[in-house]
Structure formats: structure tokens, C-alpha cells
Ligand binder design. Sequence first.
Ligand code: AMP
Ligand code: MG
Length: 652
Amino acid sequence: MMKSPPANPQSTAQKQFLTILSREEALARFEDALFPRPVPVEERELSEALGFALAQDVTAPGDVPPFDRSNVDGFAVRAADLAAASELHPVRLRLNAETIACGHSPQLSVLPGTATAIATGGPLPRGADAIVMVEHTQPVEAGDIEVGRAVSPGQFVSGAGSDIARGEVVLRAGAIIGAREIGMLAACGTARVKVASKLRVAVLSTGDELVQPGKPLRPAGIYDANGPIICAAVTENGGEADFLGAFADDEARLEKAMRQALASHDVLVLSGGTSKGAGDVSYRIIERLGKPGIIAHGVALKPGKPLCLAVCDGKPVVILPGFPTSAMFTFHDMVVPVLRRMAGLPPRVDAQLDAQLPLRVASELGRTEFVMVSLVQGRDGLAAYATGKGSGAITSFTQADGFVRIEALSDHLPAGSKVPVTLFTPQLRVPDLVVIGSHCTGLDLVMSQLSRQGISVRSLAVGSLGGLAAAKRGECDLAPIHLFDPKTQTYNAPFLGEGLELVSGWRRMQGLVFRPGDARFERRSVEQAVQAALADPECLMVNRNQGAGTRILIDQLLGSARPDGYWNQPRSHNAVAAAVVQNRADWGVTIEPVARAAGLGFIPLMQEHYDFALVSQRGERPAVLAFLAALRSPDMEQALQRAGFSRSPDDE
Ligand code: AMP
Ligand code: MG
């Protein structure tokens, strides 16, 4: 369904900025509207309690062990009988006519001068006060034993209640029940425990564009990432997520779905449609769902400003921003604390590490900003690289180790700042090999081979120049680069500084791409193709960003011409191919593997050299040697060739 744009975009935008609250203020108001409230409690069998939080302290109903118990196989004795025993003068004891096994109560007393055979775990008989190990005794005739050493009272005996004493608090409310807790409860004889009920959280995505993963993507469609992300995050935080699907921005249908969801769940979490634009309807519906309604709409967070927090008749209703990274951050920062408190769970504790920022990080004044970072080992401590590609990027998540929070009052963090990094995972594993620079799908082939050898690798795509800078700072082992020097007409070598050496990588054929069958380009030389393109006023090009090696080639091809599309300057080979495939442009320049994968026509132009600047000092590290070996292996040569790269320096 098509919607008309807002009649007056100005007023719509203003409406959105009037009510921005600080992060702290929004959170405080949200909590005030929800708490205090009792934590919902249920009783569960131990076997069904895994992962739940205890709702109350558990005290031991009895002693563990319940009786004095032998820790070894041996004989129950009176220590006083053996006070004078030694190797030279062993003491003889008469054996009582029973053997105490586990689970059997002793029948006979151990009288002075006697002993009773006892197994590990057996209950101590009346009269005995210590155990002699069987190894320290000798059987003698007539069912007697000789003991060649003295024992102290209590030797090898665990007293009743020595592990857990009756009435002792063994587990506290809020403890998450894992295998160890279950063991503890079972040992105390507890079969049922009172736990906090899991919150039932309804999750719902909104947007005309959304397609569920697994289904074919239609034109202008976007896969629903938020649904799965939020469900997983709810589960990770002890809730029970119920995904209700993605709904089009249709007010009536969405309202019905939201009402139903709220009736059968404790919490409702939506994503998308929170801006106050024409297609954004969810926040309007909230006002009709219950009191007090919207608590905060617009929070000074980055990413995540459009976050909407509401409470409808005691139940939280949240609309997360549409961009997945924004949705994730706002959910963790603003919603998780509330959900955990509602569910009687302890606050989340994320691991933190200190790291240094190699580069200045700009931040918007007035908004609490979350910047995702990748950590690498620098010369003195960890270095944190910002990985964000803007709030629309999802890859940042998988490449990042954690995030840095920049407070609202700060407009930047200078290069060299020491910052606490909150980790996404409980522990950080510093990779064996770090590669920072320009990215290439060929590099993935080499890195995958290293991974299969058990070497942990990390590659950060910051462009060739960024890679060289990182290499000079000693933050990586290798910097992949493809920099063309027009003066010397050579690649890469002129750009190396002191302490760096060139490792030759592979070549990527650059060429002109077009949709197959386009007569302006089919079976033409590059010169003819460019001429045909320039001659046709309808023909639209796609360029590359300033600084890209490909851009230098394009400018050489065009001379002084500035055809339509010149100002469309995407930053990657793939974006060029996508523009041509999707008919947003008719031609552009990209590398052959990308052109092939996209099914485009390709006219070869020039080979680009993709090499590595190796930090000389690191050349002997095992992971670097493994990288070089992998790079040079015949297998890799073939794999690179299959992927459209060539190792042979045939254009020198
Ligand atoms: P909205 O807040 O609805 O204006 O959405 C902002 C951006 O997030 C748009 O680019 C949406 O396509 C995108 N978006 C919204 N919901 C989702 C979702 N569930 N998964 C992935 N992207 C989404
Ligand atoms: Mg939307």
C-alpha cells in the first residue's frame, strides 16, 4: 500500500524533537511508572527449574551429610585405643561381626579394643570416633586386625552438617538456577522451588518493507532482523519471547495485533515506525491501549533517538527504532534493566576492559552515544577501533567486541583516550593474527584457511590508508592495501614507510560493468564503451568515492567529462554492481569477482594490485608465518583463481 508523504515535513520533524528526554530521565520515568510491583512467582519441579531465578532464599531443611560419615574404606575405631600404636608395636583390635556399607545403619557398637569394617560413605557406628584406612592395617588370625599407627579423633570422618547445616541459607533469591544450584537443592532434599515466573514478552516487527528470513526478498524489501534479535535478547535475559510476526504499517490491523498481544503477554516490544512520520502509526495506537500511555518518545541516545517507552495499564509497551543496531542498543540499555527487575532477576553485569582509542571519535553533544569497537593488542595495551558504519549497519555487531559509551556532555573522545569497553561476550580473546586495511573477498579465503588451522584471525576494514596508519602504530600484523601512485604508475610500494615491507598478494581485474545485452557495451573495447556511454544522454553511470583506487581509473577514463551519475559515489565494489543490477545506473567500474557474482557483463580494464604491508617486527610471529604459508600454498593459488583473482604478476 502506497502512502502519501507528510503534508508538511517541517512540522512533522519539529514535533519529533520537542520532547527529547535524557537517557537517565527517560529511564527514571519508565521505572517510576512500573515499580514497585510484586515479582510473579511460581513453584517448579527441580527438573523444570533450569535457568529460572529463585524467588526466595532457600534454607537447608536438614544437615548434609545427615550423619557422621566415613570418607574412606577402612575400620571404625576408638582413637584412644590406638594412642600407643606404632610400626614396631602395632595394636591388635577385635573385629565386630558386621560390615557397614553405604545406606546401612550400624547395628553394633564399637567397644574399647574393637573395630568395625566400614565402606566410604558408611555411617559411623556408636562408640567409634575415627577411621583407619584399610591400607594401614594388617589382618591377623581369628578375625582380628593390627594397626601400626596412631590416629587422631575425627580422622577421615565428615561430621553431620559439615557440608550444609540445617537452617543455613544455601541459595539466595535472585540466583539463577544452573546445574550446580540444582545439585545443591537436590542434596538438601528439595524437589520443588519457588522461582520468578518468566516474563512473557510479545515481539512484533512493523514495516511494509519487511520480509521474514528464508523467504525470497522482493524489490525494496528488507529482511526482518529485529524480530529475531529482540527474541534472542529477551531469551538471553531470562524472558520468554513470543514472536508474533511482522506487520505492515496499517493502523487498524496493527492496533488489533497490539491489543491481542498485550492481553496475553506481560510486555509488548515492537520495532520500527517510531518516528513521527506519515507511515509511523504504532505510537499513535499506544495512546489508546491504556494508562498512563507514552512515558518517553524521543530519548537523547545515539543510536536510538526515536525510542518510545510506554506503560499501558501496568504493562510496558516499547517501540524500538527500526535500524537493527539502534534497536539492539536501546533494548539493552533502556529495556533490559526494566525487564530484569520485573522478573526478579539481578541486574545484568557485563565484563569491562580498559582500552585506548587510536583514533579520535566524534560524538554528538547532548546525546548518550554508543560506539561499537573492535579490540586489538597494541604496543602498550588494547586498542579500540570504532567499527560502526552508521546505525543502519548490522555487520558492526559481528565484528565488534563491545562498545564504548560516550556521555551526553562530551562532543568527542580524543585520540589516545583510555576508555572502558563493555564487552558483548564474557571474555575477550585477543586474535592470533590481526589484519587491518582494505577488504577483499580473496582475503576471506586466506583467513578461512587459517581459521581451519585453529588460528584466530581478525580483519578490520578501514581502507588502505587506515591500514597503513594502523600498521605504523603496531596495531596489526599486516595491512592489505591497493594504492595506485599515478606519479610512478605503480601500486603500493611507494606508500610503505619505515618498518613496513611489501608482501605481494594478488591481482584483481578491474573493468567496466553493464547489464548483459546492453548494446552500448556488449562486445566493445573499454574506449568504445565509454564513448558510447558519453554519447548517450540517457546513459547513467555510477562512480566511486574519492580516494578509492578505482576512482583514479574512472577519472582517467572520463578525462574532463562529467556524465550523469558522476556524483553517485558509493564506497564499495559491491555497491557499484548493485547499482547497475538494479538499473539505478547503466555502467560503472568494479572488480571481476564482484561483477561475476552479480551476473554483470564485464570489460577488462586494468589489474589492480592487492598486496600486504607487513610490519617487519612481526614477521616472525607464528600466525604471520602461517599466513604467508597459506598465501603461497598451491591450494590457495587455485582457490584465488577460482574466485577470479590472479597471483601471477603478468602485467609488470
Ligand atoms: P522506521 O523506524 O520504521 O522508520 O525504520 C527505520 C529503518 O529501519 C528503515 O530503514 C527500516 O527498513 C529499518 N527496519 C525497520 N524494521 C526493521 C526490522 N525489523 N529489521 C530490519 N530493518 C528494519
Ligand atoms: Mg517502518
